[in-house]
Design a protein around this ligand. Sequence first.
Ligand code: GDP
Ligand code: GDP
Length: 455
Amino acid sequence: PDEFSAPDGVLGEGQDPEELVPTPVLAVVGRPNVGKSTLVNRLIGRREAVVQDIPGVTRDRVAYDALWNGRRFTLVDTGGWEPDARGLQAVVAAQAEMAIRTADAVLLVVDASVGATATDEAVARVLRRSDRPVLLAATKVDDDRLTSDTAALWRLGLGEPHPVSGLHGRGSGDLLDAVLEALPETPRDDVGAAGGGPRRVALVGKPNVGKSSLLNKVSGELRSVVHDVAGTTVDPVDSLVELDGEVWRFVDTAGLRKRVQTASGMEYYASLRTRAAIEAAEVAVVLIDASDPIAEQDQRVISMVDEAGRALVLVFNKWDLVDEDRRIAMKRELERDLVRVPWAERVNVSALTGRSVAKIAPALRTALASWDQRIPTGRLNGWLSDVIAATPPPVRGGKQPKVLFATQAQTRPPTFVLFTSGFLEAGYRRFLERRLREEFGFTGSPVRISVRVRE
Ligand code: GDP
Ligand code: GDP
């Protein structure tokens, strides 16, 4: 039924607090046109498939809530590149890497009517190396004629191929059973310093803002540090960096060290990497070129961080190039373009001269402390009743909505649920968020407020 579809990362109105319990994630990967979207729509029970047949249209990653046999899980469709992009193999492999890093299990979709292509094999190689459960779906098996083609997919080395027809629904129940068997009951909890390892930082920003320069500047003593952190297994794509007496894990920095060639499809590849880094991190450093006007691309990266619910530090680089005129222009741009994240701390640095680079670590600590912060329910409700007594919610349809109770359902990022007797307008919710931040801080972290209306 339709109730299962929900946009990524958004807490809807009237959502059950139980639904805030994190669910395990299944990521769906595969080449373009193998039938991923059709299958995803089938698996989430959508009657109408929203399949785009327009060539060259790139979809973004979409997450759906799915339910099978009473168990909830999140299904992530990672589709989205141009089918004829050059460097497709690299892009699909990057997609698979991201799936491994962010999902609890991965479903590789292969078109049984075509058989395993070189790209399918490249992806399978990436997936075989991962420690996540991997399932293989052979799509477009609309009837028995393709059974032998399905069997040929054993050679991908991913276990039994599950024949399905996304179009007709054939085999989808069996596939869902296998999915539930592969998924853990609860998602793996590697977001956060639960394991006690170094905290994870994504260094992101549009091309040429100085990401590599900054990484090189701060990782002077890196190599010795890597070997000294006992018991830390570092993904080869990450870097350990010592900042301000503390070791941090900069995730997905391989691309910053090795310059990736520009080719068609590479822009999407870059944006995919940015997203993967953000999702693998706890806090993102968004690097902005202070010598240039703030660009839409800067804002897009900031939005990605906000939407992913990660802590954020804005670092304005190339400060050595900023003169008085630029400073004045920037003030205007900050007010106009960064309204979405007034809570983010800004640090002005120069990767070239090293100026103020030392201020980044304290900003990271502040942002992470906010991200981890939990407000005790008693304190939260004491504060809330004062705020509401002073400024009650606006009357709607002659009725005064009452806020009955609030609780912080989650940290990382802080997520609050308000139980109310009626609808709270968006303006009033923004007012509450502002007051919440005034009272409790949360500098550097997004905050989510969800409203649950009780009849
Ligand atoms: P994606 O790019 O991997 O998401 O693939 P789509 O879901 O957009 O499907 C690509 C094309 O294959 C579309 O024309 C679909 O109608 C078709 N297709 C998808 N699943 C099936 C199936 O199970 N059987 C058949 N015969 N065609 C399918
Ligand atoms: P990336 O694409 O984000 O990794 O950017 P790079 O680190 O490759 O830097 C792009 C260009 O900006 C290079 O020519 C750097 O030398 C230059 N650059 C980086 N940081 C600074 C800085 O703080 N000041 C100045 N003047 N130039 C910088």
